[in-house]
Ligand binder design. Structure first.
Ligand code: NAI
Length: 332
């Protein structure tokens, strides 16, 4: 039986993890879940938010499904998510974004893929207070990481028949750091003449995305812009409740939704498990369980396309439990 690390996270994490594990079980998927807790809940007992056992478990199993973990804002410990990506060198953050039948949005025909560099930029966590009134954050961009993520994006484009890639920066202002990211992307683009290579500034991209998102196919971004833009693109197709993601490295893959721990709806049985379920479907495909993945996919998308039983974020009034039970009913 395949062993997969499961990080249930916190906030709505445990609710949506329970829902997804149940759905997979009911679909007949045989997985030996290696459950690993992380975040604020483990600090008191283990003295760290990301115990070594979590990293070791993923290193050993090579694949993980991860629900969101809270990071305190403006104070407190460093993000578990950022640390995990760095520790395991999960250098590519992949966030495909495509309209889902039945989910009404102002736009149709969106089918784009966001590829976000996942290990450096302002997320390197190098910050200091110079004095009471001045703080400094250092933005690290290296040729090595930029080349690696660009190669990943172009290889993905070839593998999945994509046609066009925009490298996204603010290189007019961050001339050296974003300039280096662009230099690396341009150099890699030379090796892939079959993919149309373009460049765009991130502010212009945001405007274009909310006016004519259909013009974009693949977006390649440094970490911070990628984080922000992928929430924007999630909004284009129905919001964070349906936005999938994956963190990919050379040896391990961690599948996790774009959304966070949603403390505002924690414990209310309101959370939409769709994003985590799509991540689990992708994880199943990744480990070769294609048939089961398709079975779950079919049940999920049939509910969404009918639009009758939907969670609050999608304009419905179904609870997490009702939505989950409806998926299970359709599996049988
Ligand atoms: P958030 O994504 O948790 O929530 C933003 C809004 O979307 C909220 O109104 C929330 O209710 C809604 N939402 C999110 N997921 C939903 C779902 N599955 N179903 C229905 N509604 C959903 O973003 P926020 O509030 O900025 O962050 C909360 C915490 O999550 C922070 O501590 C942040 O650091 C953390 N976070 C963790 C991530 C991870 O573990 N990968 C990613 C993003 C944020």
């Amino acid at each position: 039986m395949k062993r997969v690390t499961l990080i249930p996270g916190d906030g709505i994490g445990p609710e949506i993890s329970d829902a997804v594990v149940l759905i997979l079980e009911e679909a007949g998927v045989k997985i030996d879940w290696d459950i690993q807790t992380a975040g604020a809940d483990v600090v008191q007992k283990e003295g760290t938010v990301l115990p070594e056992r979590v990293i070791e478990s993923i290193r050993l199993n090579k694949v993980a499904l991860k629900a969101p973990v809270t990071t305190p804002i403006g104070k407190g410990f460093r993000s578990v998510n950022v640390a995990l990506r760095k520790e395991l060198d999960l250098y590519a953050n992949l966030r495909p974004c495509k309209n889902i039948d039945g989910i009404k949005t102002p736009f149709n025909g969106i089918d784009l893929v966001v590829v976000r560099e996942n290990t450096e930029d302002l997320y390197a966590g190098i910050e200091r207070k110079i004095d009471d009134d001045t703080a400094e954050s250092i933005k690290i961009i290296t040729r090595k990481a930029s080349t690696k993520i660009a190669k990943y994006a172009f290889e993905y484009a070839i593998k999945y028949g994509r046609k066009k890639l925009h490298a996204v920066t603010k290189a007019n202002i961050c001339k050296l750091s974003d300039g280096l990211f662009l230099e690396a992307a341009r150099a890699v683009a030379q090796d892939y003449p079959e993919i149309e290579y373009k460049e765009i500034l991130v502010d212009n991209l945001c405007m274009q995305l909310v006016q004519k998102p259909q013009q974009f196919d693949m977006l390649l971004l440094p970490n911070l812009y990628g984080d922000i833009v992928s929430d924007l693109t999630a909004g284009l197709i129905g919001g964070l409740g349906v936005a999938q993601g994956a963190n990919i490295g050379d040896t391990c893959a961690v599948f996790e939704p774009v959304h966070g721990s949603a403390p505002d709806i924690k414990g209310q049985n309101k959370a939409n498990p769709t994003a985590l379920l799509i991540c689990a479907i992708n994880m199943l495909k990744h480990i070769g369980e294609n048939e089961k993945a398709q079975k779950i996919e079919h049940a999920l998308y049939s509910i969404l396309s009918e639009g009758k039983i939907l969670t609050c974020d999608l304009g419905g009034n179904a609870s997490t439990t009702e939505f989950t039970q409806e998926i299970i009913r359709r599996l049988h």
